[in-house]
Design a protein around this ligand. Structure first.
Ligand code: BDR
Ligand code: CA
Length: 321
């Protein structure tokens, strides 16, 4: 079993990622940290608690509340200052404020996520994999407070960034755009890093037919995931239609699947990834030097440029049904 810590800004696709990590027989989920992102920290924490309680796993999987703002910018949670809410169907409709599960009656642990991360990693045998699928604020903050954790982390498998694909500005993916400085700190940490960017997650889509199959399994996780797929499909249809309008990416779930079975990722390149933190039009952009044009940079990550859709959907169904 692989020891794993999830860092989430739950979120419909984060919710599926939590269920996969919690239910996979190949994963020992040590805890889940929440972070500001898709929504403010109160929402993402409550949504995380909802998922854990819905699965009835509150005695096994502790939840830690993390950072409420990015490292440098003073953003309104979930949205950058200065970007007006349109009230139209947009990326926020992919998630809603609350995931469609019963309100939680359980609580987070007393410790802050960043300090729990540091303690747990420092006491570990270097055998813990981090899977951050929201903005990288908690991980970067932990690295700044206790840089020695870098040697203790087995691997970081990040959902974030894009090589050719973007989804929030013309240059950036959402997680890296919310906290570019944190993304840069993590990419420069020297840790063993795998990046699962939009180029991969946009290949590993699930369909309305997958939702039907998950629903008919009758398991709580299958039924909830079916609901999230349908919710996301309704949002994507208007906001960012996929090539096949009946399919949607479940970005964060792919990062968890990649830890369970790395072969779900395809076209993986070992390369240098830089993050734009200039605060301008390209803020949060991930620059992947796939063609090795920087002569003075060493690779700092493995980046998946594609994914195996069939293997992904098979894994999701096997684990959740
Ligand atoms: C990422 O942004 C969030 O909206 C999703 O949860 C995912 O982590 C995709 O860009
Ligand atoms: Ca997320």
């Amino acid at each position: 079993k692989q020891k794993v810590i999830l860092d989430v800004d739950t979120g419909t696709d984060d919710a599926v990622a939590i269920m996969l990590a919690a239910l996979s027989p190949d994963v020992e989920l040590l805890g889940v940290c929440s972070v500001n992102g898709n929504r403010g920290i109160d929402f993402t924490t409550e949504n995380t608690l909802r998922v854990v309680e819905y699965l009835g796993l509150q005695d096994r999987i502790p939840v830690y509340r993390g950072c409420s703002l990015p490292m440098v910018s003073t953003l309104t949670p979930g949205r950058r200052d200065g970007i007006p809410a349109t009230g139209e169907m947009d990326s926020n409709n992919i998630h809603g404020d609350y995931v469609e599960l019963p309100p939680s009656t359980i609580h987070t642990q007393p410790e802050h996520a960043v300090f729990w991360l540091i303690d747990t990693l420092m006491k570990s045998d270097g055998d813990i994999t981090l899977i951050p699928v929201g903005p990288l604020t908690n991980i970067a903050m932990a690295l700044r407070i206790e840089p020695r954790i870098a040697q203790k982390i087995k691997q970081i498998v990040i959902m974030g960034g894009g090589y050719k694909e973007v989804n929030i500005t013309p240059s950036a993916e959402f997680n890296f755009w919310v906290d570019p400085e944190a993304a840069k700190i993590v990419m420069d940490s020297g840790c063993d890093i795998t990046v699962v960017p939009l180029d991969a997650t946009h290949k590993a889509v699930l369909s309305l037919a997958d939702a039907d199959a998950l629903e008919s399994s009758g398991t709580p996780a299958g039924k909830a995931t079916a609901r999230f797929i349908r919710h996301r499909q309704a949002g994507y249809k208007v906001w960012q239609p996929m090539a096949d309008i009946d399919t949607v990416p479940i970005h964060d779930a792919l990062a968890v699947c990649a830890v369970i079975d790395p072969d779900v990722l395809q076209n993986v390149v070992h390369t240098y990834v830089d993050i734009d933190i200039a605060g301008g039009a390209a803020d949060g952009m991930s620059i992947c030097d796939v063609d090795k044009r920087y002569k003075d940079k060493q690779p700092n990550a493995c980046v998946a440029l594609s994914a195996d859709k069939d293997r992904f959907s098979r894994m999701v169904k096997e684990i959740l049904c």
